[in-house]
Design a protein around this ligand. Structure first.
Ligand SMILES: [Zn+2]
Length: 60
């Protein structure tokens, strides 16, 4: 399991951990869910729902 130290989307380091496999980027307000092979990016919509951002970032 990898740890995120930088947002794969905006490269900012202002990452907060919100769950065992979940992180939140304060730079671009994206939520990241870390899988074994990739990182899924979500945006939090105005109504609070998560919207998956197209494209995933490979771990490592
Ligand atoms: Zn970001």
């Amino acid at each position: 399991m990898s740890l995120i130290t930088r947002c794969p989307r905006c490269q900012c380091r202002d990452i907060g951990r919100i769950g065992s496999h979940q992180y939140y980027c304060w730079g671009c307000c994206a939520e990241m869910v870390v899988g074994e092979r990739d990182i899924r990016l979500y945006e939090v919509g105005e109504d609070g729902t998560l919207v998956e951002v197209s494209g995933t970032a490979a771990v490592g």
